[in-house]
Each structure stands twice: as C-alpha cells, then as structure tokens.
Design a protein around this ligand. Structure first.
Ligand SMILES: [Zn+2]
Length: 297
C-alpha cells in the first residue's frame, strides 16, 4: 500500500462505513462507531508561514490568517471544537474576538460544525461558494452524499456573501483568490494569496483535496449530476496551481507530520513544498481513475 493510499484510508474515515457500494441512510454510520480519534486529538498550534497559522488538531485542519483589519478563520472541527480552537489561537498570542471573516474549504460537518457558535461569539461574516453556502445554511441537509445522515448534520450558519470561481477579494490588505474545486462536495473550494516573511514572498494556498468518500458514485447513478466532470476539472486546475506553501483540510493530506514536529521553532521554510501539491493531486487522480474503471466493469 502506497503512502498516499494509507493516508487516504485514514482521512476518508472509511472505518465509519460498512459497505462501499450505494449509499443509503441506514449505512450512514455503522452502529456503535465513533469519530476517528485523530479528529479530536490535540496538536500544538503553530505558524505555517507569514500570516498563516494552523490552529486545528491532529486530524482536522483549521487555519487562522492574520490581517491588519481582523483575522480570517478557515474551517472548524467537530461541533465541540470551539474551545480547542480558541485555546490554540490564544496559545499563539491572538484572540478569537479578532476573527472577522469565516471561510470553509468544504461544507462537511467535520470542517463546519462549530461555525454557528464561533459566528455568534465573534460576529464574523461567513463567505462561501454558492453550493457550499446552500449546505452551510441548511446544516448539511442538502449535501448530495451525506444529506440523509442525521449524525452528519450540523448547526446551520448563515452566509453573507457568495464567492465565484476565480473571484479575487480584498480583506485586511490581502488579496485572496477563490478557487472552485468541486467534487468532494459540490461547493468545495481553495483559497490562495501571497504573504511576506523575512523579505521573501510566499505563494500560499489552502487546498481542498479531491478525495472520494466511501459509497460515492461517479458515473453509475452518480452522487450528483456531473460529479465525475467536477473531479476531473478540479484535478486539472489543482495541478496548474503555482504554490510555495500549500496546506489542506486534513493534516495528513499535506504531510503535516512529515513536514513538522510539535517542538520545532518557527522557520518560514518549513512548509515550502512547491512540487508536493502536484504529486498529491496525481495520487488522488489515480484513485479517481481506478473508481471510474471499477464502476464501468
Ligand atoms: Zn469531507
């Protein structure tokens, strides 16, 4: 088993599901199964590069981006993750109160379930792609794959602004580019910007990887119309991205544990990995091709 396949086996939480075929409500979660332990296991908050900080845990990535006009929080963890995120932010010398903008890479509960609480605590606005906005506002009910699964729902959160593909928005003096990367969810997205540290510019991206959840159908009885085309387009776009530092929705997806140790002093070069994104995308593309072949045979 290759390294990336091993990683995927962990991150797609295959342990939760009893069958890999058609997805039905009774298969949402195996009886007595819990969330993967890594989804709550603490990991020290740390500076990634420039104005990008990791404030999530060992399994679920949460990012803080600092700006002169308030901070941006990208993703949450599970519904009870607010205290862990708050502690992580404070351990870096920042405050939850300074969060002014909320973004997500994908509207699945393991990345969104604490948004409603954090929004009410901070008054921050939530911005999202149109398809993820719909799912955020109905608490997961309209998710094409997991919508029937009550245990995968989350407290709905209102969205103030919808972000188009390629849309550049300025926030706190930073120009962020929105990238629609659908497939994993209909509204999955990535965000890129440039940050400066010690006189060097770094092209940074938070990338939502095109993993295929167990039970998802691409061609035969597709999970949603066009899902296979969405994945193919996303892989194509992601391979074209030019980055110095990239991170993603799960630490294992961007090789957090190979790149970083909890006791490491900050060094802006630690996460520099200009070729790693393309390699990671190609590995996922192989799995996608494999599933297409399986569905047709
Ligand atoms: Zn997901």
């Amino acid at each position: 088993m290759s390294r990336i396949t091993t990683i995927l086996a962990i991150t797609t939480s295959a342990v939760l599901f009893s069958t890999p075929s058609a997805f039905a409500a009774e298969q949402c979660m195996e009886e007595g199964a819990g969330w993967p332990m890594v989804w709550t296991a603490p990991y020290p908050a740390h500076r990634v590069v420039g104005n990008l900080y990791a404030v999530g845990n060992a399994g679920l990535s949460v990012f803080l981006i600092t700006t002169d006009e308030g901070n941006v929080l990208v993703n949450t963890g599970l519904a009870d993750s607010t205290a862990q995120i708050k502690d992580n932010i404070e351990s870096l010398g920042f405050s939850l109160d300074d969060i002014k903008l909320l973004l997500t890479t994908q509207a699945h509960f393991d990345h969104t379930a604490a948004f409603a609480e954090i929004k009410s605590m901070t008054g921050a606005e939530m911005w999202a792609t149109p398809d993820d906005a719909r799912v955020l506002e109905d608490g997961g009910a309209s998710d094409a794959h997991f919508g029937q699964c009550i245990e995968f729902r989350f407290e709905p959160v209102s969205v103030e602004r919808q972000l188009a593909d390629g849309e550049v928005f300025e926030f706190g003096g930073i120009e962020f580019t929105t990238h629609h990367h659908p497939g994993h969810t209909e509204g999955s997205s990535s965000y890129s910007w440039t940050t400066t540290d010690d006189g060097r510019e770094y092209r940074v991206a938070i990338v939502n990887m095109g993993t295929i959840n167990p039970g998802k159908q691409l061609l035969i009885d597709p999970t949603y119309p066009g899902v296979a085309e969405d994945f193919a387009m996303t892989f194509h776009k992601q391979k074209e991205m030019e980055v110095d530092v990239w991170v993603s929705s799960h630490g294992s997806q961007y090789n957090l544990f190979a790149k970083h140790r909890p006791d490491m002093p900050y060094d802006p070069e630690t996460f520099v990995d200009p070729d790693g994104l393309k390699a990671a995308v190609e590995a996922l593309e192989d799995l996608f091709q494999q599933q297409l072949n399986d569905e047709l045979n």
